[in-house]
Design a binder for this molecule. Sequence first.
Ligand code: PLP
Length: 372
Amino acid sequence: MNRQIYLDYNATVPLLEKVKKSLIDSFDYGPLNASSVHYHGRKGKNLLENAKLNIAKLINTNSENIIFTGSATEAINLLLSNFNTIVVSSIEHLAVLSSSKSKLIVPVDKNGVVDLNYMETLLKNVSKNEKEILLSVMWVNNETGVIQPIREVVNIAKKFGCLVHCDAAQALGKIEINLNELDIDFLTLSGHKIGAPTGIGALINNNKFNLTPQILGGGQEKGMRAGTENIFGIRGFGEAALIMSEMPIINDKKVKCLRDYLINKIKKVRPETIFFGQKSNTVSNTILMALPDIPGDLALMKLDLASFSVSSGSACSSGKINKSHVVSAMGYDNLAFNSIRLSFPPNDTILESEGLITTEELDTLAECWFDL
Ligand code: PLP
């Protein structure tokens, strides 16, 4: 086997070919400052508005509710900076957990699902004293792939008059998001998780809540995020959203087959492997697993040398392996340094455009896991 196989799609999805073509096309458009009022500016503005329409269509919201940011992390920070009373699940992304505001934490169970009873009691008590509460629960966890019961979360939150933020960075392109059906107040998205370039994210202010911006200046994005718009990132996000909205609703059969094939192989060769979250409702592309006596950094290095680019459950930006707060929160503190995440393409369309992964290649991966 001589190619390095990328199995880290939850970290980032490579630029889709069609998105790349649309970007090359817009590089030839000339100057594109979407805030200028002249002909060229209007061309830029047009690209921006089209991208918003494509994203709005994908998640079924009004394009006017979309605020472009530099990343999902920035969108989350912008949102959280507006609230003083914030309730979050224990498995949120660090973009939520690290924001400077203090938070009340809702635990998850052993299967990585948010504890709805705990959440209800907490919100009931907090809402006695606080008028404005933001509840932040992610749709799909980036490490386990577990889909949270968002409909129930929203129903409980609304009983106590709380506003709801859902981090949908890992849900987009994997499962259906329909904001017309769910009373979610804020949604955050990341372009590069669906094959757009990095450096573009969005905050969806679904109920037009009055927010205060963090970045001040020229008043772009209706004053919510100043700075000349990243028009190429925006174009790419819009094109990737268009591709996702043209896919069939169920579009993960091939991805699921690959994942299940690999899980079964690994169970055969190393039955002591622990798979996190697999008893829950999960997206089809993610496997989080660990061996009791093998540190994650060692497993990651050996898999890398054997031509597989995977991730530890918790690599931080310096590449150093940290303890996984998700694995810990699920009650496996003893395995929090051992977890390895394999993530296949988010859906069959991206799997096909990337080149299929063969079962022979997965056999080689399983052999490598056996040899650890
Ligand atoms: N939320 C989740 C669940 C993620 O997986 C990520 C990225 O890994 C983010 C937020 C942050 O996204 P971005 O890279 O756009 O800042």
